[in-house]
Design a protein around this ligand. Structure first.
Ligand SMILES: [Fe+2]
Length: 338
């Protein structure tokens, strides 16, 4: 008798757990790997009772995985970086539209679409060697194509989303011919063929191998915050420019996410996206990678970012960056920006 009731109790507990798992879980596919995100997820669970199952991976691999899993994908929310990748998920029809008054009122219109939302922003800045290049010669992205900088420009690949999105912004603002002339000018100025990531470019600029490069701000901030003597030396040698302050503003890109069409836990997914737009979450989300919150009223205190000063950001809708990805790649290909 005792055994029987114990068995029943165990069965009931299992059932309860199963239904709990069904209702109170969120499957998050995330390309973010920051320690501060742990606190973010724990806080969400505390507030909502929804447990987060996290699958981490590289941006493009996660996207592939969701595609391959198809209708059976357990993924509820996909978080990644760069408008290009978010746009790709949209084009593949992976995201579901989310109508949320909270997201609409919190996230500025130029930083959201109907099915994906930006939660933080990063800027693409010019980094130059203070002893070989003058700041006034690199005030604008256009200057990178000036013959004055022959043999001095270094960059990561033209196929990388960060450069594609920057090129997409140039296309969106100007015309295709101008964009191609710009790409050809940069290729003519290469100190070497594109290789490595943004941090590698900054180090090459500091070492004098290159005179100037472009980098996302969080890499600059990471080096500025580093306690390693070699990183501190690197940053002493370089200057940072906010490009295009007299014209379109500095190009910004985003980190963000959306709910998947096949999400098994749609209610939890919307709750999570709304949570990411809250004050506390915005601070964690942005500061975890030295970025700026997408919600304008949220202030973070990040000394490295603050030391870079204030700037005018390009307010081009992120949707438009997405729109010109293919054209951007074509232009880089034609110009030989590999
Ligand atoms: Fe990055």
């Amino acid at each position: 008798m005792k055994l029987k009731s114990a068995l029943i109790a165990a069965a009931v507990a299992t059932l309860a757990q199963a239904s709990l798992a069904e209702e109170k879980v969120l499957n998050l596919y995330s390309a973010r790997h920051y320690q501060t995100d742990e606190a973010l997820y724990a806080d969400f669970t505390k507030q909502t009772g929804i447990r987060i199952n996290r699958i981490e991976g590289k941006e493009d691999e996660l996207l592939e995985r969701i595609r391959n899993e198809g209708a059976n994908s357990p993924a509820d929310v996909f978080l990644t970086v760069d408008a290009a990748r978010l746009a790709k998920a949209h084009e593949l029809g992976l995201f579901a539209p989310v109508a949320s008054k909270t997201l609409e009122s919190r996230i500025p219109a130029h930083l959201r679409t109907e099915d994906w939302f930006s939660f933080s922003t990063r800027a693409r800045v010019i980094v130059y060697n203070k002893s070989s290049v003058k700041a006034e010669d690199v005030r604008n992205y256009e200057d990178l194509a000036d013959p004055k900088l022959k043999g001095k420009f270094c960059s990561r690949s033209g196929s990388h989303p960060y450069n594609l999105s920057l090129m997409a912004s140039v296309i969106a603002h100007g015309n295709d011919a101008k964009a191609e002339t710009w790409a050809r000018g940069m290729v003519a100025n290469f100190a070497r063929a594109p290789k490595g990531g943004d941090t590698d470019q900054i180090k090459s600029v500091a070492a004098g191998e290159c005179g100037v490069t472009i980098s996302n701000t969080y890499y600059v901030a990471r080096l500025l915050r580093s306690t390693k003597p070699e990183d501190q030396k690197t940053m002493e040698k370089v200057g940072i420019v906010w490009p295009n302050q007299q014209t379109t503003g500095t190009h910004i890109n985003v980190s963000g996410g959306g709910m998947l069409k096949t999400a098994p836990h749609k209610e939890a997914a919307v709750k999570f996206l709304e949570y990411l737009a809250s004050d506390a979450a915005q601070r964690y989300f942005a500061d975890g990678n030295n970025e700026w919150p997408a919600v304008a009223s949220v202030k973070v205190s990040n000394p490295a970012l603050e030391s870079l000063g204030r700037f005018k950001a390009d307010t081009l809708p992120v949707k438009n960056l997405a729109m010109y990805q293919a054209k951007a790649q074509m232009i880089f290909d034609r110009a030989g920006f590999k």
